[in-house]
Design a protein around this ligand. Structure first.
Ligand code: NAD
Length: 476
């Protein structure tokens, strides 16, 4: 079995403790993973701070070259990388391959954006007393970025932090999710081979609650970028004090399907948005509000399409549905279905449990106060509700503590703009599912879905300081 150490200062460092990593699908032990202590995290932060002193002087074209070289290396090893995701996250191999294609693009965007860091010229003489001056802004790197990542896109969501941090000239300490450390550890030698100086990227697997405090409060840490659950996001925010913080948190994303929509033409997308990777996607479709004129047809087609999903091993080329990430998660999902049923909901399809797998569940007659509506499900459960007027659907979409993405299919331009103007989320996708994301789109939430934006250039903006310079020349 592979034994993985800590990657600190460009070297593998032995840890005091190692934990076995289990494949969710088989329960089999797949690797032994070093567990960083707060002391190790401190060493990584200090190493990153030291490396930053040189790295911040590296020209943009060099940072760009390193990132683009890393994309080439990842391209060469893409099947190996996809199989790591399938093994440790039980992500179906076809979805894992898609994630790697996206990851390559994310690093490519970072390589390109490294060359496009601009400032702004300020017309100083617009103010009385500003004559004979040139004013301009510069964007400068901040220093050490602490990056804490979740299990569900273990390559691409890491790329959304590592790529922009390197492009902006920062150093990084990355703490991957306990369940998916291999996808991050894979990057250590990849970036070394790409020419990234030692210490710029440090990778320290370990327990979030143990490592969080030092990663969020060490004086050398200038920026914290976190993707994960709202509960942890809140704790980070409290500890971060004046540091810049990006929080990409959860959601209960909704989709509106208005009257006049050809249900058959959107059903593949809807089912994909609801159940891809067992719904363990932050913008997975959780609530669907369908115009009453289409409701019966929509449900019938959705059930028929969902029945076609293939349940199986993540390594089978045809698999759509696999084991959910943990037993605890499965138990929670089953309890939430029971709670909804207790409030009057009907399970019109799925919801059966076999081992660590839940068949995709479609619920109707769900009360708005049920947990499957109010909270983030993060599993293969979707609720489908009818509506009469688009304003009612919009009100229900908004009546939520979350606000990440929402989608609306409509043929009516006025209703499309009603959605655009009135829906309270970070992103509104017209004639698409809320699960749609490209890696250069600005992406992030409002309310309990977080603060700040990713989407390479937008993440970079949060990882740099805007420095103002005034240059006074002798008027004679
Ligand atoms: P999680 O919050 O349990 O864990 C995420 C990371 O936080 C892990 O690395 C974990 O070790 C760490 N962590 C745990 N406790 C911590 C603490 N006290 N201090 C610091 N770090 C701590 O989330 P998860 O189960 O891995 O992922 C699922 C969540 O992530 C869902 O809520 C999902 O919506 C969210 N998510 C959001 C986005 C987005 O872009 N908005 C994308 C993917 C996932």
């Amino acid at each position: 079995m592979d034994k993985w150490h800590l990657w600190i200062n460009g070297k593998w460092e032995e840890a005091e403790k190692y934990e076995p990593l289990h494949a969710p699908h088989t329960g089999e032990e797949i690797a032994l993973i070093a567990q960083a202590t707060p002391e190790d995290a401190k060493k990584a932060i200090e190493g990153a701070h030291g490396a930053f002193q040189e790295f911040k002087r590296l020209p943009a074209h060099e940072r760009s070259r390193i990132l683009l070289k890393a994309t080439q290396l990842l391209e060469q090893r893409k099947e190996e990388a996809a199989r790591i995701i399938a093994t440790e996250a039980a992500k179906p191999i076809k979805a894992a391959r898609t994630e790697i294609v996206r990851t390559i693009q994310t690093y490519q965007f970072a390589g390109e954006e490294a060359k496009r860091i601009y400032g702004e010229r300020i017309p100083m003489d617009a103010a009385i007393g500003g004559e004979n001056r040139v004013g301009f802004t510069m964007r400068v790197p901040q220093g050490v970025v602490s990056a804490i990542t979740p299990f569900n896109f273990p390559f691409n969501l890491v790329a959304h932090k590592v790529g922009p941090a390197i492009a902006a000239g920062n150093a990084i300490v990355l703490k991957p999710a306990e369940k998916t450390p291999l996808s991050s550890l894979f990057l250590a030698e990849l970036f070394q081979e790409a020419g990234l100086p030692a210490g710029v990227l440090n990778i320290i697997p370990g327990l979030g609650p143990e490592l969080g405090p030092i990663l969020e409060t060490h004086p050398y840490v200038k920026n914290i970028t976190f993707t994960g659950s709202p509960k942890v996001g809140k704790e980070i925010r409290k500890l971060a004090e004046f540091r810049k913080v990006t929080l990409e948190l959860g959601s209960n994303s909704a989709l509106i399907v208005d009257e006049g929509i050809d249900v058959d033409s959107i059903m593949d997308r809807v089912v994909e948005g609801a159940f891809s990777y067992n719904g363990q996607v932050c913008i997975s479709i959780q609530r669907i509000y369908v115009h009453h004129s289409l409701y019966e047809t929509f449900l019938e087609r959705m059930i028929a399409r969902t029945k076609q999903l293939v349940i199986g091993s993540p390594f089978d080329e045809n698999t759509d549905i696999t084991a959910v990430i943990t037993k605890d998660s499965l138990e929670r999902l089953a309890t939430w279905i029971s709670e909804a049923v207790g409030l009057g909901a009907k399970v019109v399809y799925g919801g059966d449990v076999d081992g660590q797998i839940m068949t995709p569940a479609i619920l109707t007659d769900v009360l708005h106060q049920a947990k499957v509506i109010q909270e983030e499900v993060f599993g293969p459960i979707v609720s489908v509700m009818p509506f009469e007027h688009i304003e009612d659907a919009i009100r229900l979409v908004n009546d939520s503590r979350y606000g990440l993405n929402a989608g609306a299919y409509t043929r009516d331009i006025n209703r499309a703009f009603a959605c655009v103007n009135q829906i309270e989320t970070g992103g509104v996708l017209i004639n698409d599912i809320p699960t749609f994301r490209l890696d250069h789109m600005p992406y992030g939430g409002i309310k309990d879905s977080g603060t700040g934006r990713e989407g390479v250039r937008f993440a970079m903006m949060d990882m740099m300081e805007e420095k103002f310079v005034s240059f006074h020349w002798d008027s004679k």
